[in-house]
Design a protein around this ligand. Structure first.
Ligand code: SF4
Length: 214
C-alpha cells in the first residue's frame, strides 16, 4: 500500500452525471500522468487517485480548473438516482429536483455538513432515510425526510410530509434547514440535533406534524 499518494475529487460531475466529452478529457489527462484508476466517491463524484501531491496542481491546470476557495459549511453533497428519466421504477424526477435543490440551498451556510439523498421511488437507492435531508418519490409526489444519518452515529430520519410537489418540498425543506440553523450547535449534524431536542419542538416550529420511523 502506498500511503504517500493522494487523490483529487474532480469537478464537473453533478449527482453522478458526466458527459462523454468530460470523461474523454479526464481519461486523456490520467493516461498522460500514468494514472490507471478513477474512483467513484460515496458522494457520486469522480476522483482521480494515486498521484503525488505535486501532480495534483498540474492536473487542475490541465482541466482548466482552479481548486478555488472553499465554500462555507453547508450542503456537502447531493446524491440523486436516475429517477423517472432513466429508471423503470422511477416515480419522480430526482435529477431535475437535485438541480433545483442545489440552486436554492447550495450556498446556504449551515452548522455542519449536510448530506442530501434524492431517490426517485420508495426503493430508496439513494438511502434517503439516512441522509440529513432525504427525499423519495411516490406516485403523488415527494416524501421529505429530515435528520437521518448513515455514519458512525446512525439514525433513521423523520418523515416530515408526503405527497409534496417540488415547490412544497423546497418550502418545507427551507423550514427544516432554518430550524437546523437556529437550534444546532456548531458542527452538530441534523441527526444528533434531532436526538437532543424534543421532537414536538421541531414539529411546532416547522408548522407540520410528521411522523417518526421508530
Ligand atoms: S430509487 Fe427507484 S427510481 Fe431511483 S434508481 Fe432506485 S429503483 Fe430506480
Amino acid at each position: 500500500m502506498n500511503r504517500n499518494k493522494t487523490f483529487n475529487v474532480l469537478p464537473g460531475s453533478k449527482m453522478g452525471v458526466l458527459t462523454t466529452e468530460y470523461l474523454e478529457k479526464v481519461t486523456a489527462i490520467a493516461r498522460k500522468h500514468d494514472i490507471p484508476f478513477f474512483k467513484i466517491t460515496s458522494a457520486q463524484r469522480l476522483a482521480i487517485v494515486g498521484h503525488t501531491p505535486e501532480t495534483a496542481e498540474q492536473i487542475w491546470q490541465e482541466l482548466g480548473q482552479k481548486t478555488g476557495p472553499r465554500k462555507p459549511v453547508g450542503i456537502h453533497y447531493i446524491q440523486a438516482c436516475p429517477g423517472i428519466k432513466w429508471c423503470k421504477y422511477g416515480r419522480q424526477d430526482s435529477l431535475a429536483f437535485g438541480e433545483k435543490l442545489e440552486k436554492t440551498f447550495g450556498d446556504l451556510p449551515l452548522p455542519a455538513k449536510t448530506k442530501v439523498g434524492i431517490s426517485g421511488c420508495p426503493l430508496n437507492c439513494c438511502e434517503s432515510y439516512v441522509r440529513d435531508i432525504g427525499i423519495f418519490g411516490k406516485k403523488n409526489g415527494w416524501t421529505l425526510v429530515f435528520g437521518g444519518n448513515g455514519g458512525g452515529c446512525p439514525r433513521i430520519g423523520d418523515i416530515v410530509a408526503e405527497d409534496l410537489n417540488d415547490e412544497e418540498t423546497l418550502e418545507l425543506m427551507g423550514k427544516c434547514l432554518d430550524f437546523y440553523r437556529r437550534n444546532a450547535r456548531k458542527m452538530e449534524r441534523t441527526g444528533r440535533l434531532m436526538r437532543r431536542i424534543k421532537i414536538d419542538t421541531f414539529w411546532d416550529e416547522i408548522g407540520v406534524r410528521g411522523k417518526s420511523r421508530y
